[in-house]
Structure formats: structure tokens, C-alpha cells
Design a protein around this ligand. Structure first.
Ligand code: IDP
Length: 151
């Protein structure tokens, strides 16, 4: 079963949208398997966004993500990476489809509320960066058989 890494970024936390993000992912049928509320260190921020180092928006991005607490989560389900990216919407809120979180709550790319892994490989790397194995909860959900057919 696929897992993906999700952040409610500082703007989402400050605006009281943690519950909204969780509710949408739960309603979609995904299962929460890890969560922690933390103030991101500069070191963790730089590791997480290493791919963007040197870009014009990099310093602003690191300052933004370390400016206030975030909610870090791991969600699981069939095609979890693609499903969560779709629920979040395009990186730039003004390009995000109606009904997505970034469309419904955002305006600009530098305050786009959430992060979600963009590939299965990156999901594994990000989950490993943010969570210890023992912080992930393996649990059976009784409603799973009503959400997807198991083999
Ligand atoms: P993603 O978050 O949708 O995967 P990425 O291109 O990986 O998008 O960018 C990471 C984050 O960097 C974005 O979510 C956004 O917060 C920030 N970002 C990307 N492009 C810009 C920009 O042009 N200006 C300011 N911030 C940006």
C-alpha cells in the first residue's frame, strides 16, 4: 500500500486549517498512519527543500517553513501520492483547480498552505527524513473494504 508525506505549512496552521486538510484526506478515503506537530529547524527545512537550493525563492521558502509550527503527516492508501497531490491542487493557487485545497484557501505560490510528496520515491525519502519508523502506526481500519477492493 502506498504512503505519502503531507505538511500543513505555517500559513495553514496559523489560519486554523489543520482540521480542514485532515478532513478532506479522511473523506477521500486515505488512512492516517503518522502525525506530529513541530517547529521545523533550519537544518530539517534545508534537507527537505535541498532540491530548491540556489533558486531565487529558496531563502524565502526556508524562512516561511521555519516561521511557525507545521503539522507533518503520513497518509496511506491506493495511489496515495497522486491522490493527495490532486487534493492539494497545483503549486500556484491561481492555477489550482476549484475544489482543491490550494484553490479554495490560497492565492499565491509562496503561501500555498500544504506540501505533498510528488513521487513515490520522494515520498519514501521524505517519510524517512521526517519520521522514525516507530512513529508510524500500522493499523487496520474496518471501513477499508468499503473504500477499496483488496486482492
Ligand atoms: P510543490 O510544493 O507543489 O511540490 P515545488 O515546485 O516543489 O512545488 O516547490 C516547493 C515549494 O516552494 C512550493 O510549494 C512553494 O511553497 C515554494 N515555491 C515554489 N515556487 C515558488 C516561487 O516561484 N516563489 C515562491 N515560492 C515558491
Amino acid at each position: 500500500m502506498e504512503q505519502t508525506f503531507v505538511l500543513v505549512k505555517p500559513d495553514g496552521v496559523q489560519r486554523g486549517l489543520i482540521g480542514e486538510v485532515i478532513a478532506r484526506l479522511e473523506r477521500r478515503g486515505l488512512k492516517l498512519v503518522g502525525a506530529k506537530f513541530l517547529h521545523v529547524s533550519r537544518k530539517l527545512a534545508e534537507e527537505h527543500y535541498a532540491v530548491h537550493k540556489g533558486k531565487p525563492f529558496y531563502e524565502g521558502l526556508i524562512n516561511y517553513i521555519t516561521s511557525a509550527p507545521v503539522m507533518a503527516m503520513v497518509w496511506e492508501g491506493p495511489n496515495a501520492v497522486a491522490v493527495v497531490r490532486q487534493t492539494m491542487g497545483a503549486t500556484r493557487p491561481y492555477e489550482a483547480a476549484p475544489g482543491t485545497i490550494r484553490h479554495d484557501f490560497g492565492l499565491t505560490v509562496s503561501r500555498n498552505l500544504t506540501h505533498a510528496s510528488d513521487s513515490v520515491e520522494n515520498a519514501i525519502a521524505e517519510i524517512t527524513l521526517w519520521f522514525k519508523p516507530e512513529e508510524l502506526v500500522s493499523w487496520g481500519r474496518d471501513t477499508d473494504r468499503w473504500i477499496f477492493e483488496s486482492n
